[in-house]
Design a protein around this ligand. Structure first.
Ligand code: ATP
Ligand code: ATP
Ligand code: MG
Ligand code: MG
Ligand code: MG
Ligand code: MG
Length: 266
């Protein structure tokens, strides 16, 4: 095709190819979700509809885009890990990041009703994205551990905070003052001695966040078959299919990685 005299402007585009052999992590975070959660009456400290919608949107990202092996989410954020050897979009950071962010955002709106029913979505939400490269398995695991540790720290704080408000009758300012300078042990103690809440027994979804991976699962379906001159018979067919599965478990220790050895590459 003949080139126009304007063609040279393409040379202003900068190369943003991700370094080879590194895991490519895209992390999304909801814009101004403190306000979004209040305006949409999220349950505090944890709204399970919102967490479900976040995971549903993340699953759609994994199903629609190539080469994502694991995703981890908590609160209004989700991280997606592309395998080391991916050549998707020639490893161009901006392409990978914007496809993840837009697939996620459009899914969040598309599936809203499945989770929030008639509760209306008041305005179009958006998510920021960033790309980070991790060269070693240790670095990648430490990244995921960092996000899960963050989930734990925030959830312990938020559980203590909202218990003081909802059950202890404190104002939000008073609850904030009460918790300022406290350690994890102090928060556990407040919950236990004043409200008879054992933090260990709180929901794993809230304490550990959500990890999505690909797993082989057996699916059994029944089929009606009918050959000429025979009566219709029903047969069962079992097929193995790769599916995105959701886990709310510890991913900091060794066990998860021993149980799922395919996620990390050598
Ligand atoms: P920014 O645009 O800088 O990310 P933000 O308001 O989104 O600002 P975050 O640090 O990302 O700030 O925090 C997200 C906030 O959204 C949480 O502090 C919490 O108030 C709220 N939130 C997100 N998910 C949930 C949920 N499932 N249940 C209740 N509240 C939630
Ligand atoms: P890629 O994912 O690489 O961008 P693509 O199929 O989106 O692939 P584009 O070069 O972006 O390829 O071209 C977009 C195509 O979408 C057009 O060639 C045209 O066929 C179709 N298209 C987009 N907008 C319209 C429209 N308003 N009416 C009719 N067709 C359209
Ligand atoms: Mg933020
Ligand atoms: Mg946010
Ligand atoms: Mg956040
Ligand atoms: Mg196009």
């Amino acid at each position: 095709m003949a080139k126009s005299k304007f063609e040279y402007v393409r040379n202003f585009e900068l190369d943003d190819t991700c370094l080879r052999n590194c895991y490519i992590v895209v992390r999304l975070d909801g814009r101004n979700f403190h306000k979004f959660s209040e305006q949409h009456n999220f349950m505090k400290p944890n709204d399970n509809r919102a967490l479900g919608l976040m995971s549903r949107s993340a699953r759609s990202v994994m199903e629609e885009l190539e080469d994502i092996t694991i995703a981890y989410g908590q609160s209004d954020e989700f991280s997606f890990v592309f395998k080391r050897s991916t050549t998707w979009f020639k490893r161009r950071a901006s392409k990978l990041m914007t496809h993840v962010a837009s697939q996620f955002s459009s899914s969040f709106v598309y599936y809203w009703k499945e989770y929030f029913g008639e509760h209306p979505l008041l305005y179009p939400p958006s998510f920021d994205g960033r790309v980070v490269l991790y060269p070693s398995n240790r670095n990648l695991r430490d990244y995921l551990s960092w996000r899960q540790a963050d989930c734990h720290i925030n959830n312990l704080y938020n559980t203590a905070f909202w218990t003081l408000v909802q059950k202890g009758g404190l104002t939000t300012t008073q609850a904030e003052e009460r918790l300022s300078g406290t350690q994890a042990a102090d928060k556990n103690e407040i919950l236990f001695s004043e409200f008879n809440i054992n933090y260990n027994n709180e929901s794993p979804l809230h304490k550990k966040g959500t990890t999505l991976i690909w797993e082989k699962v057996n699916e059994t379906t029944t089929k009606q078959i009918k050959r000429p001159d025979e009566v219709e018979t029903e047969i069962t067919v079992t097929r193995t299919r790769k599916k995105v599965t959701s886990h709310s478990c510890d991913i900091i220790g060794e066990q998860f990685w021993e149980e799922h050895p395919d996620i990390l590459e050598s």
